[in-house]
Design a protein around this ligand. Sequence first.
Ligand code: ATP
Length: 581
Amino acid sequence: MTIELPVAEGRRVRRAFFSLLGAERRRVITGVVLHVAAAGASTAAPLLMGRMIDDLSAGASVGDIDRLALGLAAALLAALILTWAAGYTLNQIGELLSVRLRERFIDRCLRLPPHVAEQAGSGDLTTRSTVDVPEAGSLLRDTAPWVTTAILTSLVYIGAMAWTSPVLALTVLLAAPSISIGARWYLKRARSGYIDERRAESRMGETLAASSDGARTAELFELTRHRRRTGDEAIAAHWGATRYTLFLRSVYFLGLESSYVLPTAGVLLVGAVLYFDGAVSLGAVSACAVLSRQAMAPLNNLLMTIERVQRGLASLARVEGVGQTESDEPVQSGRAPTGGDVVLRDVRFTYPTGGEVLHGVDLAVPAGERLAVVGPSGAGKSTLARLIAGIDPPGSGSVALGGVDVASMPLEVRRRHVTLVTQEHHVFTATLRENLALAERDATDAELRDALATVGATWADDLDVELGGTARELDAASAQQIALARIILADPDVVILDEATAMLDPRAARDTERALAAVLEGRTVIGIAHRLHTAHDADRIAVVDGGEVAELGSHEELLARDGAYARLWQSWHGTAESSAT
Ligand code: ATP
């Protein structure tokens, strides 16, 4: 079952937005001041033009007009330089904020409790990182500075109009009713519309990815038609959500375009009446007509930008929502675990789907012991491993490592104290050095080489070799060696092996087990044993059956008890012997 990661509520989004912007306060102020200065310089052009008209009507000399023209050219040049400087500053801020947002998102993903990341599914996280992060980044990079400067620039132009003729300046109010009705109508619907669109996009991605990943299984079970129908439904839902936001935009933009021309028309009409009454000069009307267009241009762009702001805010809400799961983590203990003992008390666990899987497990593993966990398929062995590693918190009861409740350990502490090794190892598209340094950032080259030598990775002589992706493809055994080298570097007190060598061919498995012996030296080891000879070599064996520890003791003790383990051993031994002959 996949869960959907939360979407942050408005207050949290606003806080995030202002805290990101606040980090660049000085640059933001500089950029905005430069923009206002640029707008101030651009108002000079229409004002000087108005003056020229009036002076010409009054019979001014060519020299006077030339001086005004020279002033006009200087003002335009100043406006150009200031606009460039302001744009440069704001772009710089935008890029920095975009980078911060990405870092913040990655940090949050890495802090997600593992069970939440697993249940969230790849579609949701992928859409958030590939669609929402760039969208929210563009909100911070382009839109937010643009909105601020657009408002201020418009105010400067309106101020210049008021200075020329207060009555004509009032004509900008003509655009107010239609703009405000349109904006209110749009804003009421846009946030939920864009969030629904993103959600539908995530679901569509998830559904299509699941269908393509499981295409062969679907074919085998004749589920192709069902998968296609599910895919069609997801695409239709996405199309429906996209059409709705498109409808919102088209109505809104149409309203804006018509509002935009109203003030200029108003200036010309009212200006004509006032001019013939002798209340204003021709130059003032001309200047105000140009200024009204200049005032409305950024305002019009600003209102168009509201659409992008809405999309950006919806995306920022989804990006911030990832961090919200952090609060789902229980209160963290400040105590550091000491030693490698593991104690489980009355541990019960139920997956979100299905019934209870562990029914009150009690288990104490002293530091340095090797415990093998055996039992039939579906008994709950892997679940037990996940709980000890702190991936899933127990439903009730407690799991303590080194005297500290694992569920209350901060993620960093837990990762240093306990490691779960499964048969799935991820080799990142990065150098060998970077792949190893994940376990211990400060490891020296000598330590990295020692770790590789301990696990028998003779192929790894160049730490800078690129791995993963289209670079060097590693086989399962080499990937396993990297995972084991990471354990040496992380140096945890407790290691849990969940069928760590099950996928390897027998020769590679034997080599890996030899490497494992070196890696596990001195640590507490809890191994889910597939092959019973591993169990035979352990200090003690726990037989898990039906979600309970049915038997616990050494190999000899359990054989002597002649219970479940003895039966497993006899049947495995018989099979092993017959396959050997
Ligand atoms: P195996 O040896 O086959 O790996 P196991 O002893 O490790 O089995 P678990 O994998 O712990 O058993 O599973 C115990 C029970 O929990 C099974 O009934 C399984 O179907 C169920 N289960 C395991 N993982 C999940 C999950 N993610 N969601 C729901 N149920 C699950």
